[in-house]
Design a protein around this ligand. Structure first.
Ligand SMILES: Nc1ncnc2c1ncn2[C@@H]1O[C@H](COP(=O)(O)OP(=O)(O)OP(=O)(O)O)[C@@H](O)[C@H]1O
Ligand SMILES: [Mg+2]
Length: 296
């Protein structure tokens, strides 16, 4: 493993955190332009409502190809809501309404002629809690390619490739027919990542993928994310700012602003920049207050 877990002394209430978080960034030598040159995906004037409640206001955000973008911010600021917009998962939430555009390969995924199921095969998702199907390890991987009608020459090879891609093959190769429920939490999460990459998406969305994992399993998933970045674009929501600092190339900080009359808190994007800048030299005071533990 190449990723070293950050020192446990760094916590959200540590006032010296900005400096120490900048220090844990594992990939600071990677040279990236100030803005994603050719974004693989772009949210434009994105607004999300749950019934009358305005949950997310005017988000504009470009996600760079083969980059890891972290979305951070206090609970309820709309991170998961924005993430779910990126593969039309909010379509499945009763009462949710999305306005604006999400451009993917110059196509608005919310355009009338777009099939949301096809969108989700290109843009995979890994959830907070590992959620393998009640099937064998093998069938968890084979399921997606089968139901999407993917042309597969040899399913055994595809299963192996996906499990290798998720750094799980060596641990499970002798028990492929056993239930996925017999795996540890960290293994289950890597299985879910293997299941996601089996359908060959080019974007992977992750919503707090390590929050149910211990530090060792977390480090393995973070290593995996850095490896997967060579072939995929990853967008990750995390509450763990050390994780954002360790794995991401760019970080988007969201917060929630209360409406003066209703008191409802609408989420908005405060600042988006290279991760090294966000953690060492944020330009907005709200970002600085959040990452230094003074707010949120
Ligand atoms: N299905 C839903 N129906 C109604 N309101 C919702 C729904 N999902 C989210 N919300 C509201 O939208 C706002 C944003 O929620 P969201 O889950 O996106 O926040 P979050 O930043 O991911 O928070 P957390 O860090 O706690 O996961 C919150 O006020 C939340 O209560
Ligand atoms: Mg969330």
């Amino acid at each position: 493993m190449s990723t070293t877990p950050a020192t446990s002394s760094t916590s959200r209430t540590d006032q010296g955190q900005i400096g120490s978080l900048a220090g844990v960034h594992s990939d600071s030598d990677r040279e990236l332009p100030a803005h994603p040159a050719q974004p693989v995906m772009e949210a434009k004037d994105l607004n999300v409502f749950y019934g009358d409640f305005h949950a997310v206001h005017d988000v504009n955000l470009a996600y760079g190809r083969n980059e890891i973008t972290a979305m951070i911010g206090p609970s309820g600021c709309g991170k998961s809501t924005v993430l779910r917009c990126l593969n039309r998962m909010n379509d499945l939430v009763a009462g949710a309404r999305v306005e604006g555009q999400v451009m993917y390969h110059e196509q608005d995924i919310y355009a009338k002629n777009v099939d949301p199921i096809a969108v989700r095969t290109h843009i995979g998702m890994v959830f907070q809690k590992p959620n393998p199907f009640p099937k064998s390890i093998y069938d968890n991987i084979a399921y997606g390619p089968r139901v999407t009608g993917m042309k597969v020459d040899n399913m055994d090879d595809l299963v192996e490739e996906a499990l290798r891609g998720a750094a799980l093959w060596d641990e499970v190769k002798d028990k492929l027919k056993q239930s996925a429920y017999g795996l540890s939490g960290g293994q289950q999460q890597r299985l879910c990542i293997a299941r996601t990459i089996a359908t060959k998406p080019d974007l992977i969305l992750m919503d707090e993928p390590c929050s149910a994992l211990d530090p060792i399993a977390t480090a393995r998933v973070e290593d995996l994310m850095l490896q997967l970045r060579n072939d995929y674009t990853i967008i990750v929501v995390t509450h763990n700012m050390q994780q954002a600092a360790r794995v991401s190339d760019r970080t988007a900080f969201f917060t929630a602003r209360p409406d003066e009359t209703t008191g409802n808190r609408t989420g908005l994007l405060v600042e988006y920049d290279l991760t090294s800048n966000i953690f060492s030299n944020p330009s907005d005071k709200r970002t600085e207050d959040y990452i230094s533990g003074r707010f949120g």
